[in-house]
Design a protein around this ligand. Structure first.
Ligand SMILES: C[S@@+](CC[C@H](N)C(=O)[O-])C[C@H]1O[C@@H](n2cnc3c(N)ncnc32)[C@H](O)[C@@H]1O
Length: 196
């Protein structure tokens, strides 16, 4: 059976590799491995989401990164925007890598743990941010996005990235009963959405 990046497979061999995110004057090093999303390079959509947040998002707030993978979004924003990042993923290896990357980058105000979407998440956040797992199907993606509302403080914001050809506009429409949705950046077919 095909292995997906979101399945847990204890027998999967390990071949770690390093990936660098260079921004401004700084660089963040991530350890990645087989069996996780975008294992060999930083995902373009995630990068666009981070760079849009760096330009337009708030500093120093409580942020929840749902489907964190090896931690690219939550760790980068903790380092660059001083967010207090809580990161969750269903993939055990991804969570292991995210924890390692928090430690290796000496980020004190970030944490990562296993959770099936929001199942193990507690508390309220200023921002829920995600590059949702398209391959898990539309229902899971909508749960990622719609249930975010339950974990946002009043005035909180949902930020997400999706490609036009993945049905981004249809998905965004399905959130309009919960959020005022805006497209705040576009590049190479990727849209960055903000919901207030
Ligand atoms: C598109 S990837 C984004 C990964 C990472 N945030 C990044 O930007 O590189 C989506 C992530 O969602 C995770 N995921 C899939 N299903 C999930 C679920 N039910 N609960 C939590 N995370 C899930 C996958 O394991 C994957 O790491």
């Amino acid at each position: 059976m095909a292995e997906h990046y979101f399945t847990n497979n204890a027998d999967l061999k390990s071949e770690t590799r390093l990936i660098h995110y260079n921004y401004g004057d700084g660089s963040i090093e991530f350890t990645s491995d087989l069996g996780v999303f975008s294992k060999d390079k930083l995902d373009y959509g995630s990068r666009l989401l981070i760079e849009t947040y760096i330009e337009k998002g708030r500093d120093g707030i409580d942020l929840l990164d749902v489907g964190c993978g090896y931690g690219f979004i939550g760790i980068s924003l903790a380092k660059i925007k001083n967010t207090k990042s809580t990161m969750v993923d269903v993939n055990k290896r991804a969570v292991h890598l995210a924890k390692m990357n928090i430690k290796n980058n000496k980020i004190e105000h970030a944490t990562a743990f296993e959770s099936n979407i929001y199942e193990s998440v507690e508390g309220l956040y200023d921002i829920v941010i995600t590059n949702p797992p398209i391959r898990t199907g539309r229902e899971t993606v909508l749960t990622f996005l719609r249930d975010s509302k339950k974990f946002l403080k009043p005035g909180g914001e949902l930020w997400f990235v999706m490609r036009k050809d993945q049905g981004a506009l249809t998905v965004a429409k399905k959130l309009e009963d919960l959020y005022k949705i805006e497209i705040i950046a576009k590049s190479k077919g990727f849209f960055i959405f903000k919901g207030i």
